[in-house]
Design a protein around this ligand. Sequence first.
Ligand SMILES: [Fe+2]
Length: 225
Amino acid sequence: MFAYDFHTHILPGIDDGSPDVETSVRMIRALQAQGVEKIVLTPHYYAENESVAEFLKRREESYATLMAAPEASTFPPMLLGAEVRLKQGLSQDPDIAKLCIGDTRLLLLEFPYIKHAPWMMQEVENLTYQLDIVPVLAHIDRFLVWGFMTDKQLAEAMAFEDAIIQINNEVLEERASKKIFKKLLKNGVPFLLGSDTHNMNNRPPNFDKMADFLRKYDYEQPEIE
Ligand SMILES: [Fe+2]
């Protein structure tokens, strides 16, 4: 039913997501049971904490640990990526392009949790036109609902045609975000869905609720490869 889970913290021991392989396996099994065919692995990347090279080394180690699990042969296809926190000057580091998902030019980009400012869209444009990246704006609805963006700023970010919108399944939980989501569906705007799952407790895989909701709509996730 779902071609992808585009946003997950399933890789073990690398960020605030899955703490160990056992949890990662349970998360993967839950997503499979919810009809997800491919999983994009997007651990947090914060440029102020480490270089891209350091992050990639940690990601490689975490991935190797996961793939050493006895269940690995039955895992669905998985693509490596990152959830990159936007900061001023991010686009000045050409290595950022190495964080794109799989062999694509798609980069999952998370706005900072501060009042939206003009430099943010400037950085998004620089990433697009200087580094030839296609920004995927992570759970964009959240910034409006949490009060970091105004309606106008959200509309402006979503109107940037060279970016793609990513929506978390949690969009259904709040009235304001559900409204934005319904509008996207109604207008046929393409978006990528993600669980943003971090664990099996308070942030488990949640495509089941989205599947129920989307039954009323004629929706197909865009292909990314
Ligand atoms: Fe995330």
